[in-house]
Design a protein around this ligand. Structure first.
Ligand SMILES: NC(=O)c1ccc[n+]([C@@H]2O[C@H](COP(=O)([O-])OP(=O)(O)OC[C@H]3O[C@@H](n4cnc5c(N)ncnc54)[C@H](O)[C@@H]3O)[C@@H](O)[C@H]2O)c1
Ligand SMILES: [Zn+2]
Ligand SMILES: [Zn+2]
Length: 339
């Protein structure tokens, strides 16, 4: 079978590898149908993801159809459509005991620390798979994983109905956060440097859009919230400057949620944190968000509505990676189709 492997930095190959089979009684064999290309796949491709060792089969946004199950599999049957939960954890460490398996000491992310899902067939334990309604289009369900990133950020920010939420950045992750925040009943302001991305955010429910760079975000937040500040600020740009801005625009008793991996320092004083008693929270991957996202998908409450802009066949995967990179203004989410 074919698999997409980053052999070394900047070298993507379609590799012929052996088709996997069931080896444990809790295993499920599925035919991969769709895989989303994510920013982190691009980093692995360029050899700039410090967590990924090469060679690596990439892909962690995966949807497929079950073809065989192990003897102890009880919740999944042949023919089911599934999405994968890309985290494997120890179950014993402090984070795992606290129910925060996404930050397990021994965390292994599918498609990052270990080979992922950009391949024709795949085997995973039942607990890493979630069944979705078979009537839903593959292009809808392949977004389950990025939606869980949005759900996690909203959960970390304790977003409640009526809260004012400022999302910085209207890239695919900002949009997933926006969708989840709106489902939670929040009022959302979103910023970006691109008018096109802001227009798309507006179509996806953003109450207010701000063109950062030409507009003053601080003033806009102040005006929008009558001087209160945003109750939750979620940084989906992830630069030192957006991190710093978060502290200026957050309300008293507010929450700041960060998702970035930038190692550069930001200049932040203690005063706004203490004075406003702000909580600053990291949000990494997700814990327990798949069931929520799957039920929202099944109920038709989460729809991609133009988030998927491009599809490519497996044989054109190199073209897909090149296109994603060279046309950021056109690509929201690109998907590889496996047949
Ligand atoms: N923590 C996690 O689990 C997790 C998961 C996925 C992605 N991420 C991170 O989330 C971030 C966003 O991911 P993405 O795929 O949407 O990236 P992206 O690059 O597509 O989107 C970022 C957006 O921010 C906009 N932007 C840049 N500077 C800005 C500014 N000063 N103010 C407002 N907007 C600005 C850009 O125009 C772009 O639209 C990345 O840093 C990524 O590493 C984190
Ligand atoms: Zn991703
Ligand atoms: Zn653990």
């Amino acid at each position: 079978m074919k698999a997409v492997q980053v052999r070394k930095a900047n070298e993507l190959v379609i590799q012929e590898i052996e088709k996997p089979g069931i080896s444990n009684p809790t295993d499920v064999l599925f035919k991969v149908k769709r895989v989303g290309i994510c920013g982190s796949d691009m980093h692995i491709y360029h050899g700039t993801n410090p967590l990924a060792t090469l060679p690596r089969i990439v892909g962690h946004e995966v949807a497929g159809e079950v073809v065989e199950i192990g003897q102890e599999v009880t919740g999944i049957k042949v023919g089911d459509h599934v999405v994968i939960e890309p985290i494997r954890y120890c179950g014993d460490c402090y984070a795992c005991r606290k129910g925060r398996q996404n930050v397990c000491e021994k965390l292994s992310v599918f498609g990052v620390h270990e080979d992922g899902g950009m391949r024709e067939w795949c085997v995973l334990p039942e607990k890493q798979l979630h069944v979705v309604d078979a009537d839903l289009a593959w292009e809808e369900i392949v977004l389950a994983e990025p939606y869980t990133i949005g759900a996690q950020a909203v959960w970390r920010g304790e977003v409640e109905k009526g809260d004012t939420v400022l999302i910085q950045g209207a890239g695919p992750i900002g949009i997933c956060i926006l969708k989840m925040a709106k489902l939670q009943g929040a009022s959302v302001m979103i910023t970006d440097l691109s008018e096109e991305r802001l227009a798309f955010a507006k179509e996806n429910g953003a109450d207010v859009t701000v063109l950062a760079g030409s507009e003053n975000v601080r003033h806009r937040v102040e005006e929008w919230t009558n001087g209160e500040g945003a109750n939750v600020v979620i940084d989906a740009v992830c630069l030192p400057m957006t991190f710093e801005l978060s502290f200026d625009v957050v309300s008293t008793a507010g929450r700041i949620v960060v998702l970035g991996f930038d190692e550069r320092t930001a200049a932040i004083s203690q005063l706004p944190i203490t004075k406003k008693e702000v909580s600053v929270k990291g949000s990494r991957l997700q814990t327990n968000q798949f069931p929520k996202v799957v039920s929202l998908l099944n109920d038709g409450k989460l729809r991609q509505e133009g988030l998927v802009t491009h599809t490519f066949s497996l044989d054109d995967v190199q073209e897909a990676f090149n296109f994603v990179e060279s046309h950021p203004e056109q690509v929201r989410k690109a998907i590889i189709i496996f047949n």
